[in-house]
Design a protein around this ligand. Sequence first.
Ligand code: SF4
Length: 381
Amino acid sequence: MGSPTSVTPLAGVYVHVPFCSAICNYCNFNRGLLDADLKRRYVAALVRQIEEASDGTGVDTIYFGGGTPSLLAAEEIEAVIGACRRAFAVAGDAEVTLETNPETVEPASLDGWRAAGINRLSLGVQSFRDDELRRLGRIHDGARARRAIDGARAAGFDNLSLDLMMWLPGQQVAEWFESVDGLVAASPDHASLYMLELYPGAPLRDEMARSGWSLAPDEDAAEMYVGGFERLDRAGFEQYEISNVARPGHQSRHNLKYWTDGEWLAFGCGAHGTRAGTRWRNLPATDEYVARVEAGVPVVAESRRLSPHDRFVEAMITGLRLSRGIDLDEVAVRYGVDVMATYGDELTPAMEAGLLALDGRGLRLSRQGMLVANEIFRVFV
Ligand code: SF4
């Protein structure tokens, strides 16, 4: 197997913000309830961690993820972006994304975020139906989400992404399509459609048992997925990844780094980064992260060199998430693997079932294949 070479010229920056106003009953992310004093110290720690990483790396995306990064004040966001600009060579046209929850979006905050340098908003709508939002423990309703969308447009945000979740407890197929239609009516530039994943021990599981809410059968989940994306096709969106659609020119440049063997730096508690063939993860606990940065002690919890095989496997799994699929000639050059010679026999059943296609453009999952992608990916692991 040959040595992979990096072809991604510019890196991304991921900044994790672990604070939320309330904890949703299905959430398994690295987050905790907002603590104003800890937030102030956390932002100072972020700025310091970024400044200490200063090396002039070329960067063309900055992504604030969470948690609820929109709980940061505009000045705090500006301080973090300013630190990035001092530490790295941030491109003039860099994509700078802020994940937001509808309840945090106000005209004044929108203006402040724009002035701070945010040029892309990702809004966690999840559903336009109030009953579904209540079941998830979300603190906004459909009307609040619509106001946030209108406010973002009025403030001049021309790169707006909306998140929706399907296969919610008690959700019928038609109810899911209502939310998809609500999204189409809101006309964002980008959208992410996820299936709810219920991790073991999620409080939502207990609530489902208590309230008698069940998940729709698997066939209905498949109909939700395929039918939801078909509605978005008809509305002029292009699906470019298993869970993501975009209007032309609005694919997420930051997330594409994750799916194309790119590089990104990671700041904040629990954030993962990848650079020059090494993957690392920062300490997950917010208070410990802050205390360590304040004491000048490293915050990396683990770091590992990716072997050429690791990089090949990851390239296949992430590349196949993309609708355009993966170019097998490029894989042979970058990773030294002849995919069809090595895995062809195991992939044949999926190809015969119409889940996977091989043509002049490479190897791609069909939409039906995307539904069972994890099973197909097992071939490479
Ligand atoms: S707002 Fe997002 S990160 Fe926070 S608890 Fe809810 S799902 Fe988790």
